[in-house]
Design a protein around this ligand. Structure first.
Ligand SMILES: NC(=O)c1ccc[n+]([C@@H]2O[C@H](COP(=O)([O-])OP(=O)(O)OC[C@H]3O[C@@H](n4cnc5c(N)ncnc54)[C@H](O)[C@@H]3O)[C@@H](O)[C@H]2O)c1
Length: 241
């Protein structure tokens, strides 16, 4: 009898012990599982977040032409600039045409040159559409002795050098990120060219002596119904054509 009680007691103690170990193991395992899931979730969210950041930056960096930092003109470059700016007639204008390899810029440059004005172009040859088309236009302009500087209108150093070198009478500003739907894909390119680039040009013209008159084709991307222009400047005339 005594021995049966003893055996039962031992059995009961053993079963208590096993259930305690099992429940401790169970709670530790669930805690581990929970913390592992939390870490995994955090990692997944972190990776997704980094990927979205990377895609945004990558898109911006590859589609927007980087701004050249240092600009050092050499003698050949200076000579080409001077020759291109030389008017063929005494009262001819000296015009800096931005976006000269573009659709409107090419035709304007050719028309000015034909009229006897001195014309210098600037274009960054971005790949918004076929670059080969812009190169063909460049060739066409070169045949008429119009030099296009391959650079960005945001390059302050270049503009300073140009306005020190040449007394431009006019700036014909046609460099722009055209189009409307592309803004959904690459909004940074509009800010870069149509806003930052334009402000950089205005600053360069403000500092130039003499200040050139500015003719600006309103970007089709910023059409509005304003009858008044948002800024006033002696050299700024607003004409609707
Ligand atoms: N083509 C039209 O029918 C039309 C109609 C209304 C308004 N516009 C406006 O006239 C202007 C010129 O239009 P387009 O049709 O000739 O466009 P385009 O794209 O053919 O020409 C613009 C040129 O500017 C250059 N460019 C862009 N950003 C530059 C930058 N940051 N630095 C230097 N060069 C840069 C491009 O490489 C391109 O060659 C735009 O403002 C456009 O919105 C055009």
């Amino acid at each position: 009898m005594i021995s049966w009680v003893g055996v039962l007691q031992v059995k009961m103690e053993r079963s208590n012990y096993f259930s305690r170990v099992a429940s401790r193991w169970h709670s530790t395992a669930s805690a581990r599982l929970l913390s592992c899931s939390a870490i995994l979730l955090a990692l997944t969210l972190f990776v997704l977040f980094r990927m979205s950041l990377y895609n945004g930056a990558d898109q911006y960096l590859t589609r927007v032409t980087p701004i050249p930092q240092a600009f050092k003109p050499d003698h050949v470059w200076e000579t080409r600039v001077r020759q291109s700016c030389l008017p063929k007639k005494s009262e001819g204008l000296i015009v800096l045409v931005t976006g000269a390899a573009g659709f409107v810029g090419t035709h304007v440059s050719l028309a000015l040159k034909k009229r006897g004005d001195g014309v210098l172009g600037i274009d960054n040859f971005n790949s918004y559409y076929e670059v080969s088309l812009k190169r063909a236009r460049q060739e066409l302009l070169e045949k008429q002795e119009i030099f296009i500087i391959e650079d960005d209108i945001n390059n302050k150093e270049l503009l300073k050098v140009l306005f020190d070198l040449i007394q431009f009478t006019h700036l014909m500003h046609l460099a722009a990120q055209a189009g409307v739907r592309y803004a959904m894909q690459n909004p940074g390119s509009y800010v870069h060219s149509n806003i930052a680039g334009f402000v950089t040009l205005l600053e360069a013209c403000k500092d130039a002596n003499p200040q050139p008159a500015i003719v600006w084709a309103s970007s089709s991307s910023v059409y509005g119904l304003n009858s008044k222009v948002w800024m006033q400047c002696a050299c700024f005339k607003y004409v609707s054509v």
